[in-house]
Design a protein around this ligand. Structure first.
Ligand SMILES: O=P(O)(O)OC[C@H]1O[C@](O)(COP(=O)(O)O)[C@@H](O)[C@@H]1O
Ligand SMILES: [Mg+2]
Ligand SMILES: [Mg+2]
Length: 305
């Protein structure tokens, strides 16, 4: 059942990763078009106990079917599935997806994302096993950020361009090459309700406010992280007093996005040290996450430890 898609221009120069990103680019345009008709909640909850929208289910099915069909892809895991689906004929790369990130923003028509992680061993595993990661942002435009861990590039995804429309006929246009975090950070975004933060987290946020950083929080991880990558600053979904593990999932959200932020010259921490030192036992394990400009993440960590 495996098929190798025809190669197009490199994203990062690794044949399997480039094929994965080609599929993500094409599928993201279809996911975007399908959103208006798929706002309703379906029955049941995902493995993290959250309500699921028709759009979450649709995106998960589409990405799974297409990505698992690629040669060299051995398994597909996602936030929406209890366990990973494996390819009949094996494969050395293992994918972990958050097919729709921030889908609670659908009704209010705010941004959402897709997060794609390419690991060299089956998940759950530590972020040290990431080979590449990408995320799509469904904002006023659809953009895609890709990284091999050394550098970060941002592309504009153009719906329909894959069929051939002149200069963009591979369906993407390079917007920012070698994207790095600005040295002079200006924004911060912390998830969770303020009354639920620990005292240390509250103090850390007050210190950021004293530094005149501006609050930018929209309830979709990818959209909030793009603000940090663009303006400099810090995003956190921190430990909470009654849920020390926070909200975001290690394999699907924290590790891949941290991988991209570190490749952009920033840092990711679980509040007490290197996020990649965590070796999760469970596929849907959560972790607190703090990422952005290194100096800010270091300062927060010093407050928490
Ligand atoms: O509603 P809260 O508590 O601010 O949580 C927002 C966070 O939850 C998420 O929506 C979780 O992602 P999913 O929509 O993929 O479950 C993140 O995108 C976002 O950072
Ligand atoms: Mg998410
Ligand atoms: Mg999701």
């Amino acid at each position: 059942m495996s098929q190798q898609l025809p190669p197009s221009a490199d994203w990062i120069g690794h044949p399997t990763v480039d094929a994965v990103f080609d599929v993500v680019r094409d599928t993201a345009s279809e996911v975007r078009e399908a959103l208006p008709e798929r706002r309703a909640y379906v029955e049941g909850h995902n493995p993290s106990g959250e309500k699921v929208r028709a759009a979450d289910e649709y995106a998960d099915e589409l990405f799974c079917e297409r990505l698992l069909a690629l040669e060299s892809v051995g398994s597909y895991a996602s936030e929406e599935r209890e366990s990973a689906r494996t390819a009949d004929d094996g494969g050395e790369f293992h994918l972990a997806l958050d097919p729709l990130d921030g889908s609670s923003n659908l009704t209010s028509n705010n941004p959402m994302g897709t997060i794609v992680s390419v690991y060299d061993e089956p998940v759950p595993t530590t972020g040290d096993h990431l080979v590449a990661a990408a995320f799509v942002l469904y904002g006023p435009n659809t953009t895609m950020v890709v990284s091999d861990g050394d550098s970060v590039d941002e592309y504009l995804i153009e719906a329909g361009a894959a069929e051939g429309s002149g200069e963009d006929d591979d369906g993407r246009k390079l917007l920012r090459e070698g994207l790095t975090l600005p040295d002079d950070p200006t924004v911060y975004a912390f998830g969770g309700r303020r009354p639920d933060w620990t005292d240390d987290v509250t103090e850390a946020v007050e210190a950021l406010e004293d530094d005149r950083l501006k609050l930018r929080y929209g309830g979709a991880f990818i959209a909030d992280v793009m603000q940090v990558l663009t303006h400099g600053g810090v995003f956190a979904y921190p430990e909470l007093a009654d849920t020390p593990e926070g909200k975001l999932r290690y394999c699907f959200e924290c590790a891949p996005v941290g991988f991209v932020v570190e490749a952009a010259g920033g840092r990711v921490s679980d509040g007490y040290g290197d996020l990649f030192e965590t070796d999760p036992d469970r596929l849907h394990e959560r972790s607190p996450v703090y990422l952005g400009n290194e100096e800010l993440v270091d300062r927060i960590e010093a407050k928490l430890s």
